[in-house]
Write a protein that binds this ligand. Structure first.
Ligand SMILES: Nc1ncnc2c1ncn2[C@@H]1O[C@H](COP(=O)(O)OP(=O)(O)OP(=O)(O)O)[C@@H](O)[C@H]1O
Ligand SMILES: [Mg+2]
Length: 405
């Protein structure tokens, strides 16, 4: 099994997928824009060969270079687990005549409007939405959809430039902020709680499923700095309140023609118990979500993803043992972290249930919380009991304080 894996060392968790591929017996050909000499040793050990390209996002250029590089060598698959590269992987598969998701299929996981159209066409519940390009179209769409609504870029990520608009006055305030965004989506605002639905799928059928709760919803995590975002995987997915979301998730995979690999969906559970589609990617969730899933079942999804992608098998147990919470912290102030308060007390409270503590140490520069959910570091805690996992997570959110003064 010879596999081209795009960007094997960036973002950093790609190193783990590269390892997974090697561990299930794949010969891994890495392609990335990281300089060969800057590849971390952990990734180098698992690469059979590596092609450094000048611009990994320049699809035509990468396709030409990879084709020349592989001339005379056969490969069995081309894979990517980083959102901006999933179309490139599909185009390379098409180029080499490898079966798998086509570029058109993958576009259904990348273009948010196309995604919603395809999911809606399958009869699934999607927020009402319109594609809007200018002020006139925004006002017309708002008229049609009604308040509250959401305005967000079509090609968005990290909730950047995503606004909740409650009334006509807020619309007037928001329109100028959307200038410079070529295409936006104007959507009905869906009330309720927000969750993920994550899978490792084989032929579009989940071999592994996960639900995680966003506390609060990403739009709030991403727009209010003093919040410590919490995400907790749900151990007991058989609770009746999740049935509609799981069914929605499985049907979305069918509607979009999912093949093999990771998916990461976001969905809303309304106060009436209805599940409403948010968005989906054909790649794993970021911000340590895969580590959280691994801690939830004491498994290694980096490797099991590789097994599913290479051999169409999934061998890890799917029994869920814990609810695993991650808590991202943001220091008060700017510049370098100066001190951390409350960590010792929290660690004593959490005891053996704390599985990771990765807060940035005093002296380190703050990360840009707008750019990365990772913020100024995290703690991770797990517990078989939901209430206790929730309590310990929120104890970290409120009890640990970081400063940069
Ligand atoms: N129609 C909607 N109703 C209610 N909330 C919404 C709606 N659309 C988006 N949101 C909120 O805005 C957040 C960001 O939207 P979305 O996930 O579509 O964009 P994104 O920029 O890709 O986000 P990310 O990269 O953080 O996942 C959602 O997680 C949700 O909290
Ligand atoms: Mg999102």
């Amino acid at each position: 099994m010879r596999v081209v894996f795009l960007s094997p060392s960036y973002p950093p968790e790609m190193v783990q997928y590269t390892r997974g591929l090697a561990e299930v017996g794949a010969t891994v050909y890495g392609v990335g824009d990281t300089h060969r000499s800057a590849l971390p040793p952990e990734v180098r050990a698992h690469l059979h060969d590596y092609l450094q390209v000048p611009r990994i996002m320049d699809e035509d250029d990468v396709i030409a270079r990879v084709s020349a590089w592989l001339r005379g060598r056969e490969v069995d698959n081309v894979l990517a687990n980083w959102e901006p590269l999933v179309i490139l992987a599909a185009r390379l598969r098409e180029r080499f005549g490898i079966p798998g998701m086509s570029a058109d299929t993958v576009r259904g996981f990348r273009d948010k409007q196309l995604m919603k159209e395809r999911v809606r066409a399958a009869g699934l519940r999607v927020p009402r939405s319109r594609r809007v390009r200018n002020e006139r179209e925004m006002r017309a769409a708002a008229e049609e959809i009604g308040f509250p609504l959401i305005l967000k870029p079509i090609a968005g990520a990290g909730s950047a430039d995503t606004y909740r608009v409650r009334d006509a006055r807020e619309l007037d305030e928001t329109i100028p902020k959307m200038r410079g965004i070529p295409e936006a989506s104007c959507e009905e605002y869906v009330e309720g709680e927000e969750f993920t639905f994550d899978t490792v799928s084989i032929g579009g059928v989940p071999a592994y499923e996960n639900i995680a709760a966003y506390l609060p919803k990403p739009i709030e995590m991403r727009s209010i700095e003093w919040i410590s975002p919490v995400i907790i995987t749900v151990r007991d997915m058989a609770q009746p309140r999740f049935a509609a979301g799981i069914e929605l998730g499985r049907n979305v995979l069918k509607a979009l023609g999912m093949g093999d690999g990771f998916t990461h969906m976001e969905w809303f559970l309304t106060p009436k118990g209805e599940a409403v589609f948010g968005e989906i990617g054909c790649r794993p969730g970021g911000a340590c979500l895969v580590d959280q899933m691994n801690y939830t079942g004491d498994i290694d999804l980096f490797r099991e993803w590789a097994r599913a992608a290479c051999w169409r098998r999934f061998e890890a147990p799917t029994a869920r043992k814990y609810n695993t919470g991650i808590v991202f912290k943001r220091a008060l102030g700017r510049g370098r972290i100066t001190r951390i308060e409350g960590l010792g007390a929290w660690l004593r409270d959490a005891g053996r249930w704390c599985v990771e503590e990765r807060l940035l140490r005093p002296g380190t520069h703050r990360r840009d919380w707008k750019q990365t959910l990772l913020s100024d570091g995290h703690v991770m805690v797990r517990h078989p009991d939901w209430d206790e996992a929730h309590r310990l997570s929120f104890a970290a959110a409120t009890g640990i304080k970081m400063y940069a003064e």
